[in-house]
Structures are given as C-alpha cells and as structure tokens.
Design a protein around this ligand. Structure first.
Ligand code: SF4
Length: 89
C-alpha cells in the first residue's frame, strides 16, 4: 500500500492514441479532459492495482509510474508544450 501511495501513473501524451482503453478499464483513475480532449489522470492519494493492468494493456506503452515528490502530481505531468502541439518541438 505504501508503495502505491508513493507513486502515480503518468501518460506520455506524445504517444497516446486516445484509444481510451485505460479510461474504459479504470475510469476512477483515467478520464478524458473535456477542455483539452486529452486522456488525463485523476489526482488521488493512492491508486488501485488495476492501474498495473492498464499499463500492461496500453497499446502504445505510454503509461508508467512516477515517484511522488514534493510538488509533483498527475496534474503537472504529460502536458504538451505549444511547440509539441504544433509539431515544431
Ligand atoms: S490505453 Fe494508452 S494509448 Fe489508449 S488512451 Fe490510455 S494511455 Fe492512451
């Protein structure tokens, strides 16, 4: 349990195809952000074991665990820069 508290899932959106497989399998963790249309991670104190399955089943292999340090969290990760969105980054 402690290990789960110390980490959070991150989506590397450069590779996410938005297939929504993770959203369908673990909706309490993964969701589609209405404002951006991008698949995102719910900021929770801990994450269920089903996240490991979502990581294993992601067809683009773009979900991973990251360690939780001070100031870190799902909301601060995986964002595209303007350059990446425009394809010039
Ligand atoms: S399963 Fe992987 S590729 Fe599909 S939406 Fe989730 S993170 Fe993106």
């Amino acid at each position: 349990m402690e290990e789960r508290r110390a980490r959070f899932p991150v989506i590397d959106r450069r590779y996410c195809s938005r297939c929504q497989g993770c959203v369908d399998s673990v909706p309490e963790v993964f969701f589609v952000d209405d404002s951006s249309g991008l698949v995102s991670v719910v900021d929770r104190p801990d994450y269920p074991p089903a996240v490991d399955e979502a990581i294993k089943n992601c067809p683009r292999d773009c979900i991973s665990w990251e360690s939780r340090g001070s100031g870190d969290g799902p909301k601060s990760t995986g964002e595209f820069t303007v350059e990446e969105i425009l394809g010039i980054g």
